[in-house]
Design a protein around this ligand. Structure first.
Ligand code: AMP
Ligand code: MN
Ligand code: MN
Ligand code: MN
Length: 282
């Protein structure tokens, strides 16, 4: 069984399993190390670390920060962050508020489109999590408007650029990389070759990757469930050329059909990440 999965979500953002449930699931599957990388929050970390102690496995404090460059969503992964970093905490409070505002704007947009949905119905799905489109999608399923979350993410509805997709004010990717560093962590660009789950394949933006590396980015997520073999090969070659660590993770959300540990990180790559953190003095 593959031992290291550096990309996992919990109910602190849009995952289905609580942090302790994620750790228990990983332990059951024989996975030795996971990183909890929730969207724009580290709220799941303490529970995950506590559960990891009990299960005898290792949890890395991570995050997946939303950022936008030229209208395109760029996700930045961070690992080995100090969850108590004041500069991180301040930034995350802002992102949470922005996600709340944007959640309300998405609901207003849906109302205009004829869907009778309230922000309370979305909150019922999100609980205490930072609000994301998946919570809106689940509320649409619960209200009977669509049969599944992926149906809600149809190109003309919740998907990037869809009629009910509202942009959130977030960082530029360079700022996201710097924030990870300021919180003592190392950063990577996530699933660079795909927009998202069912999103269209997109080319590798080498100039952006070089720019982020120059801003301190340590790694690139090469192995991701939605990267095809050709994209992985190209990204692995680029990682070697640009001296970036190649990582892998399943982007696990606990949704039906998703497999924790489907994509993994080599132990040597994890060591290299830790090494770069130490070198950066974080
Ligand atoms: P948000 O962070 O609110 O912009 O929502 C983005 C999240 O929605 C991603 O992290 C995925 O978990 C989820 N997502 C994006 N596209 C899809 C899709 N086509 N089907 C299901 N979930 C998706
Ligand atoms: Mn997600
Ligand atoms: Mn992502
Ligand atoms: Mn993710």
């Amino acid at each position: 069984m593959p031992p290291i999965d550096l990309h996992c979500h919990t109910t602190a953002s849009d995952g289905r399993l609580a942090p302790a449930g994620l750790v228990a699931h990983a332990a059951e599957r024989g996975i030795e190390v996971i990183a909890v990388t929730d969207h724009d929050t580290v709220d799941g970390i303490d529970e995950a670390l506590g559960a990891a102690d009990v299960a005898g496995m290792r949890v890395i404090c991570g995050i997946e920060l939303s950022s936008v460059r030229d209208g395109r969503n760029i996700h930045v992964l961070g690992w080995f962050l100090d969850p108590r970093s004041p500069v991180l905490a301040e930034a995350l409070v802002g992102l949470r508020a922005e996600r709340r505002r944007r959640g309300e704007a998405i609901v207003a947009r849906l109302n205009e489109l004829g869907f009778e949905l309230s922000i309370e119905q979305v909150r019922a799905e999100a609980g205490s999590a930072v609000i994301g489109r998946p919570h809106v999608a689940r509320a649409l399923v619960a209200a009977g408007y669509v049969a599944s979350v992926s149906e809600a993410f149809a190109p003309d509805l919740l998907a990037d650029g869809g009629r009910a997709d509202v942009a959130k004010r977030v960082f530029d990717p360079v700022e996201a990389v710097r924030l990870v560093g300021a919180a003592g962590g190392v950063a990577a660009i996530a699933h660079h070759a795909v927009a998202h789950h069912a999103g269209p394949a997109r080319g590798i933006d080498r100039a952006l990757i070089e720019e982020l590396r120059d801003a301190g980015m340590a790694a690139i997520e090469v192995d991701h469930p939605n990267h095809d073999p050709a994209a992985r090969d190209a990204m692995r070659a680029l990682a070697i050329e640009l001296d970036l660590v190649a990582t892998g993770g399943s982007d696990f959300h606990g949704d039906t059909g998703q497999t924790l540990g489907l994509c993994t990180t080599e132990p040597e790559a994890l060591e290299a990440l830790q090494e770069r953190r130490t070198t950066a003095g974080g």
